[in-house]
Design a protein around this ligand. Structure first.
Ligand code: GLC
Length: 607
């Protein structure tokens, strides 16, 4: 027998022994805030997750290991009523193990797209996998394979590029870096969100992607071919619709294309309450999602309701038992492929609580990623900086690690300040370490009386995540356009977009004011932009002698200075076209696209 045959035989043997309730339990994924270990056993739950910003205890690796150990122990308990099947614990470790205190937080994907190096991506994924394992977790909802076609989308920063070429080039490397040899230092990957999440009209999060199938395949399905080729074991369904039909209920996309045509034999997990948008009647929504081909259901709070509705649908025949068996086979296949049944409990695993978590060696990988993500849009000689120069450092984002990390960084919506992301360094701290005469003056007031050779003004966006990061004029929010994500976030329909326009001087006038206050005193300004997307920054560019895009560099802000002072050259190149105006939305290859800076643009010092 081949390994595959042996594994399939084990799947069948387990399936044979499972009751219908145990099968339905395997298809159910509650959020940790809403389920205790004894309920995991009682309902034969297949997986538990942490939503963004949801952590145990003091949010240290030891707290995570203890939590996972308790869930695990409950899930594997064998008795006459319970067949032991270990749970998979899932998190959004999308730029490092970003939920956890002291984790290394990498640049968000938009910066990694500018670096555009599969080998670097692989190393980032390897470090991320080890930091996930240090907390006893086995599964991350990454990589995001979004091809973000409209900068107004609040999740643009989760995308490597507006074009499928770079996303396809990096997809396989990230999956391989996470899943490696599926051995003790591997975690389970999740390619998301299937499909067309980055293609919605006006970039509305969870909105409508209207495209002919040929364009959906060329732009949004293409990267999945690489992720599946690399062996991605799970795929997450997307909130958006395609041509008017929600992806969570799209049988053609989920079953015929992904599982049939592309031969995907892992399992599809829904997004956070993603089936709710299929029908106002929850019972109907459950049937639609299961029958379309979703296998595991992220039903954070109402998981009991889900279980009851699905049980009723199987009893009534609305959901055939064959569909249940197919879903459970896929879940068991993934758990067996990952060797989950043969792993010790989280507390006894080799990487749990490992000292490499947040280590300098891990941080050095992130610093290299920061350096290689930076894109130089303008330089009339103000860069590189001289160490002996009298440097004024200003701007709201100069000494604010929360801003430089962006969303999904300890807190779902990110944070303001330097308290939450431990072990990190700000952009200011990097400059201070290079230049002994540097002075920090966030509002630039020191320029009034000071004598400076040059100023570095670090400006940009405040953190956001998902629909809360959307930019649009209209205030209304599409129905269901927000998963709660974490406690305290307003529910659907009550959310305001991040801004009304991409024109940065309109949404953040405070930044241009600081730049001009300093430039008006004849001090050359080097502007560094911390943002999750290209922005319209024409006045800021005009007032600056040099302009650097840092994207969302993560915890290692100090590395920005390695390039500002010329220790390393600029090598980053735009993976997104840069707009001239809010309404532009230029994309590589679009007829008539006339970006201010084209896809692939980026200056260097010329060495
Ligand atoms: C969110 C996101 C998804 C994430 C999931 C779990 O709503 O859409 O990317 O993996 O919920 O947090």
């Amino acid at each position: 027998m081949t390994d595959h045959e042996r594994r399939e035989a084990r799947v069948e043997a387990l399936l044979e022994r499972m009751s219908l309730d145990q099968k339905i339990g395997q298809m159910t994924q509650p959020e940790r805030m809403y389920i205790a270990p004894d309920e995991v056993k009682a309902f034969a739950i297949g997986s538990v997750l942490s939503g963004g910003g949801s952590w145990p205890g003091k949010n240290l690796p030891a707290d995570w290991v203890a939590m996972n150990d308790a869930y695990w122990a409950a899930s594997v308990q064998e008795d006459e009523a319970h067949l032991g099947i270990p749970i998979l614990y899932g998190v959004d470790a999308i730029h490092g193990h970003n939920n956890v205190r002291g984790a290394v937080i990498f640049p968000h994907n938009i910066g990694l797209g500018a670096a555009n190096d599969p080998e670097l991506i692989r190393r980032i994924a390897r470090v991320t996998a080890l930091e996930i394992l240090a907390t006893g977790v086995e599964w991350t909802f990454a990589p995001t394979l979004a091809v973000a076609r409209n900068d107004h989308w609040g999740r643009t920063y989760e995308s490597w590029s507006e074009d499928p070429e770079i996303v396809s080039r990096l997809a396989g490397a990230f999956v391989e870096g996470l899943q490696h040899d599926l051995g003790t230092d591997a975690v389970v990957a999740c390619a998301k969100h299937w499909v067309g999440d980055g293609g919605t009209t006006c970039g509305v999060d969870q909105g409508e992607t209207t495209l002919p199938e040929s364009e959906l395949r060329r732009l949004h399905i293409a990267p999945y071919l690489e992720a599946l080729r690399a062996g991605a074991l799970t795929v997450m369904a997307s909130y958006n619709s395609w041509n008017g039909e929600k992806c969570h209920g799209h049988r053609y996309l989920l079953t015929d294309v992904l599982k049939g045509e592309l031969g995907f034999d892992g399992f599809v997990v829904s997004d956070w309450d993603g089936i709710d948008q299929l029908d106002d009647n929850y019972s109907e929504a459950v049937a639609l999602g299961v029958n379309a081909g979703v296998d595991m259901f992220m039903v954070p709070e109402k998981w009991r309701h889900f279980i009851a509705e699905l049980r009723a649908h199987v009893d009534s025949g609305r959901v055939p038992i064959e569909r249940i068996d197919d879903a459970v086979r896929r879940i068991l296949r993934v758990k067996l492929a990952y060797g989950l049944f043969d792993r010790p409990r989280p507390a006894e695993r080799p990487w749990s609580n490992h000292s490499s978590f947040g280590s300098d060696a891990h941080r050095e990988v992130a610093r290299e990623a920061v350096r290689r993500s930076l894109v130089l849009l303008k330089n009339d000689g103000a860069l590189p900086l001289r160490r002996e120069a009298r440097i004024l450092v200003a701007g709201k984002s100069a000494h604010n690690v929360g801003f430089q990390c962006g969303g999904f960084s300890v807190d779902w919506q990110g944070s303001d300040g330097n308290q939450r992301v431990e072990g990190s360094s700000s952009i200011w701290e990097g400059i201070r370490d290079h230049a002994f005469q540097a002075v920090l003056s966030p509002d630039g007031s020191a320029a009034d009386g000071g004598n400076f050779d040059v100023a570095v003004v670090v400006v940009g966006e405040r953190p956001y995540a998902e629909g809360l990061g959307d930019v649009r004029r209209s205030k209304e929010v599409p129905r269901g356009s927000m998963a709660a994500g974490a406690a305290g976030v307003p529910g659907p329909g009550k959310l305001q977009p991040y801004a009304a326009t991409l024109e940065h001087a309109v949404s953040h006038p405070e930044d241009l004011a600081v730049i001009q206050r300093i430039a008006d005193r004849g001090i050359p300004v080097v502007t560094v932009l911390v943002s999750g997307r290209p922005l319209v920054v024409n006045p800021e560019l005009d007032a600056s002698r040099a302009f650097v895009v840092a994207w969302l560099p993560g915890s290692e802000g100090c590395a920005v200075s390695d390039v500002l002072f010329g220790d390393h050259d600029f090598t980053g190149r735009l993976s997104f076209s840069w707009p001239r105006a809010d309404a532009d939305n230029p994309n590589r290859g679009d007829a008539g696209a006339d970006p201010l800076f084209p896809y692939g643009f980026g200056l260097s010092y010329g060495r």
